[in-house]
Design a protein around this ligand. Sequence first.
Ligand SMILES: C[S@@+](CC[C@H](N)C(=O)[O-])C[C@H]1O[C@@H](n2cnc3c(N)ncnc32)[C@H](O)[C@@H]1O
Length: 320
Amino acid sequence: MLLPSERLAPSTATDFVTDVAEYLQRTPRQLPSRYFYDALGSALFDAICRLPWYRVTRAETALLARHAREIFEPLPRPLNITELGCGNGEKLAVLLENSHERFRRVHLVDISPAALRSARARLAVLPAIPVTTFQGTYEQGLSRLATHRGHGAWLVLFLGSNIGNFDPPAARDLLRQIRASLAKDDALLLGTDLIKSQRALQLAYDDPLQVTAAFNRNLLRRINDELGGTFDLDSFAHRALWNPHESRVEMHLVSTRAQLVRIAAADLEIEFKKDESIWTESSYKYDPEQVLSEGRLAGFSGGEQWIDEDARFALTLFRA
Ligand SMILES: C[S@@+](CC[C@H](N)C(=O)[O-])C[C@H]1O[C@@H](n2cnc3c(N)ncnc32)[C@H](O)[C@@H]1O
């Protein structure tokens, strides 16, 4: 069977402990944002998507619903579809509901088993399109696609501004890898959050209900639970800031006092100074022209765009 459902190799746990140890000892201290998404992290992200201040999900879903026919009209049918970092599958469900007859099969890629379970359950209520899953990173999912693509054209969905979590050189590499995994007649539908007012960005990443703060701190809870960490969650404060020079929102966890943290599985002790931070996520914001030029640099052509001017969010369709 082509692209069967698969779990990531059992190295995941090893990657987690190795990455935590390596990134926490960098200057400045960091943790990779892909580790936010254990079961609780994925549920907290779903809650963020419902907050009035985080408009990405609603804006993108509305664009998909409104423009599905225009988006798909020029693409071959039937079409195979794969979504990188599908989350709960809600947006894909909107697409399938609107034009399910176009799709031959769906392949979901996500690092979070909980997200894949939700997405599968969400898609199960839709007309019978075979759904397979791959639990792993975007890069691993793309390698599998390149070697097991089978017949017919593929559309890659990379939504939710997931690309924004990569710094510009890494985003370029990933777009190139997506392009290299595709063949003639394939396409990429890319969702990108756009530069907007500092106030809107600040509220989106530091909401008054503190759901984003809980999402951020949950990473320390996950390290405590899975790696024998001793993080005192109450003494790490959530901080989100817009860095206009780098065009990114940064999320940090700031130690509110001097403290020693142990992580048993990594055989590591870290001394935090008061006000020392762990940089947990970057969300780069784009302008529409920049999205087009990055896509073309990666070797794509086309570049039809649908933009929500109010929420400042863009969907761009590139051709391989
Ligand atoms: C910000 S959420 C977006 C979910 C969905 N695409 C949406 O638009 O609502 C990112 C999703 O990608 C997954 N993810 C994050 N980093 C990943 C990586 N490096 N490789 C694979 N999946 C990743 C997370 O588990 C999560 O489900």
